[in-house]
Design a binder for this molecule. Structure first.
Ligand SMILES: C[S@@+](CC[C@H](N)C(=O)[O-])C[C@H]1O[C@@H](n2cnc3c(N)ncnc32)[C@H](O)[C@@H]1O
Length: 251
């Protein structure tokens, strides 16, 4: 089938990177509050090594390591990790190419974090529960697990929705979404339009969870909610929040 590579992907740990690694930094340049994320994570880090699951091209991991932290980065995409390793300071990050779903962490990790909705890359509730319990069981006492994700706002079941998505300057983004409320998945086609008629599309499937469901997963894993903000500037999380930064702590 000629368009196989454009069909909605599965939740394979490598699939996102295969489709996007070479363009990731250019597409999302300047969109995230990287400075805010680095500042907050540095405050939450504690004394041990810290680990980013789905480290990508090192947007946050490299500046954290520049602040003196021992940073470990896990990613299922060899392409993403090659780009990270080639950046200045990339050689100081301890990298592992594997599925983060049941990763073995470095000893005594005091902070583990999952940014920009990457928790939703895990295929179903069971996999997400397992991720929480795997991390919690290895965190040092007092250690923290931080997740940044959007608050679900899905279209009606069975309908397709097209919405604009802000991308780096000079690019236009569209997202075509299809919602399965039973599986809590949003199967999306991400469309990137650039001047000169260049078009890139790639599928992303998210298994979303409400903050309350994530809290329950954390609780099952023995973690309790310490903070929930609507962004990295610690703005309060309320009914208008479209995103959340959640911090759970191991007793
Ligand atoms: C949206 S990107 C975020 C990259 C980086 N954390 C950032 O904030 O810029 C998600 C990353 O998670 C990786 N990823 C997705 N699912 C994964 C899995 N199950 N195991 C390991 N890595 C995964 C992808 O390869 C990609 O690099």
């Amino acid at each position: 089938m000629p368009f196989d590579h454009l069909l909605p992907g599965d939740h394979d740990a490598a699939s996102y990177g295969i489709r996007i690694a070479d363009d990731y930094d250019a597409i999302y340049d300047g969109l995230f509050d990287t400075e805010g994320a680095v500042a907050r994570l540095a405050e939450l880090a504690g004394d041990g090594p810290i680990t980013e699951l789905g480290v990508g091209t090192g947007r946050v991991a490299i500046p954290l390591s520049e602040r003196g932290f021992e940073v470990h980065g896990i990613d299922g995409s060899a392409g993403m990790l090659e780009l990270l390793a080639a950046k200045p300071g990339g050689d100081r990050i301890h990298l592992k190419c594997c599925d983060f779903a049941d990763v073995r962490l470095a000893e005594d990790c005091s902070l583990v974090f999952l940014l920009v909705n990457t928790i939703y890359a895990l295929a179903n509730q069971e996999a997400q529960i397992h991720c929480f319990s795997n991390i919690a069981s290895q965190l040092a006492p007092g250690g923290r697990f931080v997740v940044e994700a959007w608050v679900p706002d899905p279209p009606r079941a069975g309908e397709q929705r097209v919405r604009p998505r802000r991308l780096a300057a000079g690019l236009t983004g569209l997202v075509i979404e299809e919602h399965d409320p039973v599986a809590q998945t949003l199967a999306t086609t991400q469309v990137v339009l650039a001047d000169g008629a260049k078009v890139k599309t790639f599928p992303v499937v998210h298994r979303y969870a409400w903050p309350s469901e994530l809290d329950l997963m954390a609780r099952l894993a023995g973690l309790s909610l310490e903070h929930r903000w609507s962004d990295w500037q610690r703005r309060p999380f309320d009914t208008r929040s479209s995103d959340h930064v959640s911090v759970w702590r191991k007793e």
